[in-house]
Design a binder for this molecule. Sequence first.
Ligand code: S3P
Length: 753
Amino acid sequence: MRVRESRILIVGLGLIGGSLAAALRAAGHRGEILACDPDADEIARGIEMGLIDRGDTRLTPLVEGTSMIVLAVPVLAMRGVMTELAACLERAAPEAVITDVGSTKATIRDCAVAAFGRVPPCLVLGHPIAGSEKSGVAAADPGLYARHKVILTPEADTDPAAIARVRDLWTACGAEVLEMEVARHDQVLARTSHLPHLLAFSLVDTLARQDERLAIFRYAAGGFRDFTRIAGSDPVMWRDIFAANREAVLAALDDFEAGLARLRRAVEAGDGDAMLATFDRASHARHYFESLLNQTSYQAEYQMQQDGKQLRYRVGPGGGVSGRIRVPGDKSISHRSIMLGALAEGVTEVKGFLEGEDSLATLQAFREMGVAIEGPHQGRVTVHGVGMHGLKPPAGSLYVGNAGTAMRLFSGLLAGQAFDTELTGDASLTKRPMGRVADPLRLMGAEIDTAEGGRPPLHIHGGKALKGITYDMPMASAQVKSCLLLAGLYAEGETRVREPAPTRDHTERMLAGFGYEVHREGDTCWLSGGGRLTAAPIDVPSDISSATFFLVAAAITPGSDLVLEHVGINPTRIGVINILELMGADLRLENEREVGGEPVADLHIRYAPLHGIEIPVDQVPLAIDEFPALFIAAANAEGTTRLRGAEELRVKESDRLQAMADGLTALGVENTLLPDGIDIVGRGGEGPNYGGGRIDSRGDHRIAMAFTIAALRAGEEIGIDDCANVATSFPGFVDLVRRVGLSLREERDEEGA
Ligand code: S3P
């Protein structure tokens, strides 16, 4: 990223302004950088450090010809600086853009209005969320903004070109740039930054005033140090911030005091349960925050992409498949266990919960809506249901990462709430169609805004009276069906959904398990709104979609013998078993039983030669997530396997038909791609069936896992790019793959390397 500004003027050369200059220099910025600061020594030091070309203590002489002016002065100095700038702005270049770095935005907007008469379209207010306890240009750090967020708070009439240039400025420093409204920015910062600073200042001051302060500090350990680090920050700056953001800080402080009073009462009364509930909630929220900070999985992927790095699997050719394993819990059931548990009355105990990114995103979203959830601890989750109308408005938008199921089911559930919500997701989810849920929900009376083409983010307006509808689904989608049933819980009258082909029925089963009547006749299911859910225990079976990779691995590898324990074999999910059996697989269901309303079995599979088949169209919705792996089975079966009626594969986490066809072609497997399917020509036999190569998984977990197992019958190594999203559905995949007998190396390398 190159910043094209010819002359940048930084007003206020402290740590923040100095670090901006340092970061721009480090990024190779060639234009001039000037600085204005009341302290001539700071300017001299800035020049000496090679950060700025020249500077002055007065503003007017420096404005001449500048194309970008960054106001990095303390919040309370902003008014004077802006007034001075307004008087000499005509000297700047005609395309000049102004921005600032102040940590409160409403007061700075008021300063702008006072100085310029309005917020000029060329002024983009902004706030880099980065800092240090150090101050002054001497502490300038070129890495201060790298991987930090910068929030811009443009007005409705701010010039888009100006916004783009300010974005470029910060992106060049390695920051991630977002936009927010001024009021929201001030509320968010009051809670996440201003309140903790206030508490740290207060705690240190309170202790320091006590008589024994020396002793106290001498014995203070890591906890004290961690909690109070920020009390060493610049007092003047913080006085100004609290003066400027008074109202929002007071509101945040009131909330905090109420929480503290609750905790005080619990301690006083020796109420261990209340303490535990608070600490558990906090501890998990902190761990979740930590994982965001450490940026695991898709977060990591995002960051690695920013750094030009990514996670790649290198899978050695050949290997065996044997043993007895248990794959993680079912993703669909895990999402639903949290959703229904949260809306139920009573406490829902969940066992076998999938601790993957997708279902964790659902769990976190409910925490953000005020639901107390303990765990997960080794698959155990305790959901303290709040009842059908007990959810609270979340503080911000609900981020569901890569999880299409979460977004679609949430849209129905949230359409029935009294409050507004926004649902956002990662880059892949942002491309996926949401009109399929938004359109029928609108027919029910919901108000939902989407981005162009019916894509996320979704803005769901609460407080709408929903009414039941009869909906004929244009596609066989369990997500759409479930979304409408969840909205139907809040609707007046009956909500009926007709499916063109059977789709997974976990929502219906679980609703029934929670005491909510759901009817079915032929291809239509329905329920009446206004009922209640009663908590019930949930035992999540292993996910047949995750088991599939190992079923296919064993099915294609001579000599293999594998048992997959406790796998869900709901009749609406067993397309993969039916298809593999049609292809000639030696697959047995052992120890069949029913657990918590879902059928379960151990799947025992041994190698047997496979042959190509025409996949029956009625099996397609029943195996919809299993096709990437099934295509690998087809590539090793003798003869041609034909799939039709599978256009839905084009709108999954990636266009799975295209991604698989490209990957198969890269390995040298003959295939013909069609709009709704594919023909794959397999070679059969027991030797290598294709070569190695490099595969682009397109960030799709199932594409990555499918080509991992393909290596069992490859002649050479298979390298698979973009694999971090495997953690969305299958944490521990790499370990299990190695345990059954494949050789897989993870590599984090430079893009294009
Ligand atoms: C799911 C339904 C399916 C499936 C997805 C999970 C669910 O999607 O592909 O992985 O949990 O309801 P569609 O309903 O879009 O087919």
